[in-house]
Design a protein around this ligand. Sequence first.
Ligand SMILES: O=c1ccn([C@@H]2O[C@H](COP(=O)(O)O)[C@@H](O)[C@H]2O)c(=O)[nH]1
Length: 270
Amino acid sequence: MNIQQLIEQIRQKKNYLCVGLDTDITKLPAHLAARPDAVFEFNKAIIDATKDHCVSYKLNTAFYESQGLKGWEAMEKTLHYIPSTHFTIADAKRGDIGNTSSQYAKTFFEVLPFDSVTVAPYMGEDSVRPFLEYENKVTIVLGLTSNKGSNDFQYLKLEQSSTYLFEEVLTKVASWGTPGNLMFVAGATQASQLATIRNIIPDNFLLVPGVGAQGGSLEEVSKYGLNKNAGLLVNASRAIIFASPGEDFAEKAGVVAKEYAEEMRSYLGV
Ligand SMILES: O=c1ccn([C@@H]2O[C@H](COP(=O)(O)O)[C@@H](O)[C@H]2O)c(=O)[nH]1
């Protein structure tokens, strides 16, 4: 799915919810935990219960890679189970010298046919370029992250200027691509910076993690982040997939996803 099709899905479904499949095996419901394909069974049930209330799924690859081959297989099966009407994100945060980034791009755009992958911009243009070379795929670059550690580097002021490092990152990286192939991560916990971010990149989609378990406000994010095409994908992982620890985990996930979707609909004013 490309950005134009994502915009169409948002219009049809009237929400911009991304469900995060951060499937931590230590948190699986007891009745599933011992099953041989537990992670995929869990994800399948979550997708079935939430697909009508979201437009996207984000798989944080760490939760799969940490399980070795079995985890990788669960990630692949999950990706293929997600309906083609939903925008898929590999939250892998890759980026290396160009020669190596090409291999990462091949991994997440070809071997695993995700629609998009998250990329860390620290190593500069040649580390991001191999991802951007894929037509109809989207590169999601870390702009201003949701964690406390974002203060360490992202809020450093550039010498003799009032500009933060993250602002320079957004400005520079935006010139490497277009709103059709480049999104940025902006943490929901950073809502006070969203107006600034929108001034720099009015048209790019923002992937916004940090509502739910991290306490970010959906209302604030929507107020400052929405643009003419919606322009937002707001992710919640733990708050949805682990809404209940019991046999009703999928049903509860569906209820929470529906609540987020309805709140989003009110902000879209449709
Ligand atoms: O700045 C960032 C970038 C990525 N993430 C990822 O999003 C989800 C958030 O999970 P919750 O359970 O909803 O808190 C997770 O995969 C993070 O690695 C982020 O939180 N902040």
